[in-house]
Design a protein around this ligand. Structure first.
Ligand SMILES: [Fe+2]
Ligand SMILES: [Fe+2]
Length: 289
């Protein structure tokens, strides 16, 4: 069992919940953690095995083709190219975690064995990516070409990822690790341009507010609740996915999930935030009386 005491709360106020009861709570990064993750933007996993090299090669080919199709360039990228790039990227990024979680779920049912929390990490990643997509859709529209690309990406990549996972689960995680490296690289480049006067992205995005859904999801504080702050939080998430997937690629299928303690901490933090907001409402209500 876990328990949390709240200073300033009524005497003996305590929340108790079972330690294995963890719902899907996303990590809420501090600004310090976002800055730290931003500093890891050039971190790359050097391919070692044949399968690493194959996955890295497929990823590099996809990256350059995707740049060509979306009209993306690294120096002063046009805003429109970034808008539809992010929608396609995020819609696709939500696939692998869900595919892998599905396979592990069925494996657990079939073999009558516990999973020890990896399914949960993978589902949290998939949900996190879907939230990135929903946040992007609050900021810009998906046109008909973008929608067509989203559907094409899902229909072609889902069988590829599923087949790779069936043959070699580590290879799929390695592929996702490389995908996330490119996502971190892309977001770092976007953020640098948003912060650089005279660029397209600075012109269009530097003064935009964060959408409400993003403020709630990442618990953005006042003064750090602009669209540029959201991009930093997304980058921190992508860097986390990169590290998680490269770790899973190096672990065996029966190894315990090294990230389960993080989920418990995220859950504790979410419970603490919720209870403190209930208490604050109560205090505000009694002050008004
Ligand atoms: Fe994402
Ligand atoms: Fe990601």
């Amino acid at each position: 069992m876990h328990a949390i005491f709240f200073p300033g709360a009524p005497e003996h106020f305590i929340v108790i919940y079972p330690s294995n009861y963890v719902t899907c709570n996303n990590p809420v990064h501090s600004n310090l953690r976002s800055n730290f993750k931003m500093a890891t933007k050039n971190m790359k996993y050097e391919p070692v095995t044949f399968s690493d090299k194959l996955m890295s090669g497929i990823m590099r080919t996809m990256y350059h083709s995707f740049n060509f199709i979306t009209g993306y360039r690294e120096v002063n990228p046009p805003t429109k190219a970034i808008e539809w790039r992010l929608i396609v990227l995020e819609s696709f990024a939500g696939v692998p975690g869900f595919v892998a979680a599905g396979f592990r779920h069925f494996h657990s049912l079939r073999t009558l064995k516990r999973d020890h929390g990896t399914i949960f990490t993978l589902l949290e990643e998939a949900e996190n990516e879907r939230m990135h997509l929903l946040v992007c859709l609050k900021m810009f529209e998906a046109g008909s070409i973008t929608r067509a690309l989203v559907i094409t990406a899902q229909f072609t990549m889902t069988p590829f990822l599923a087949l790779t996972y069936v043959i070699n689960p580590s290879a799929m995680h390695r592929f996702v690790g490389y995908l996330e490296e490119t996502a971190v690289h892309t977001y770092a480049n976007i953020i640098e341009h948003v912060d650089t006067p005279g660029t397209h992205l600075h012109e269009s995005w530097s003064k935009l507010d964060a959408p409400e859904v993003a403020k709630n999801y990442w618990q953005l504080e006042k003064g750090a609740d602009k669209w540029r702050d959201v991009l930093r939080h997304i980058l921190a998430d992508e860097a986390h996915h990169r590290d998680v997937n490269h770790t899973y690629a190096s672990l065996g299928p029966e190894d315990e999930n090294p990230f389960i303690e993080e989920h418990k901490r995220d859950f504790d933090a979410a419970v603490a935030r919720r209870v403190s907001s209930i208490l604050q409402d109560k205090v505000d209500g009694s002050l008004k009386k």
